[in-house]
Design a protein around this ligand. Structure first.
Ligand SMILES: [Zn+2]
Length: 125
C-alpha cells in the first residue's frame, strides 16, 4: 500500500504542531548573541541583550535586522520572497533567519564564545 497524499499532509501538520509546541514550551534564551553571515562570510556578532538595528546593504538588496528584548527578527527586506520577514522572531540558540535571495543568515548562538563579556559589543565590519 502506497502512502496517500492525505496521510503525508496529516503527518506534516502533526509534525508542525509538535514543533510549535516544542518551541513554545522551551525556556527562553540565556542572553546569547547572534551571528550574521553574508554570502558565507562573517558580517558581525551582536549581543541579543539591548536594542540594535543592523542595516545590511548589498547589490542584491537591503536587509534590516532588529534586535530587542533578547529576540531578533528581520524587520525589512526587499528580497522577492519576503520569507525572512515571515520567519518572525528568533530568540533561542540554534534558531536562524535565512534570506536566501540575499545569501544572508542570522543565527542565534550561545554566549560561551564570549564568556569574559569583552567581545559582546564587538562588531566585525
Ligand atoms: Zn529575504
Amino acid at each position: 500500500m502506497g502512502i496517500k497524499k492525505k496521510d503525508v499532509l496529516l503527518a506534516g501538520s502533526l509534525l508542525l504542531a509538535a514543533c510549535l509546541l516544542f518551541f513554545v514550551l522551551r525556556p527562553k534564551g540565556d542572553g546569547g548573541q547572534i551571528r550574521i553571515t553574508v554570502d558565507g562570510k562573517l558580517y558581525g556578532t551582536y549581543a541579543l541583550s539591548g536594542e540594535e538595528k543592523i542595516r545590511i546593504e548589498q547589490e542584491s538588496g537591503v536587509n534590516v535586522i532588529h534586535i530587542r528584548d533578547g529576540a531578533v527578527w528581520m524587520e525589512e527586506a526587499d528580497c522577492p520572497d519576503g520569507y525572512c520577514i515571515r520567519q518572525g522572531k528568533m530568540e533561542r540558540r540554534g534558531q536562524a533567519i535565512i534570506c536566501l535571495p540575499h545569501k544572508l543568515v542570522v543565527e542565534v548562538i550561545g554566549q560561551e564564545e564570549n564568556e569574559n563579556g569583552e567581545a559582546l559589543d564587538v562588531v566585525v565590519q
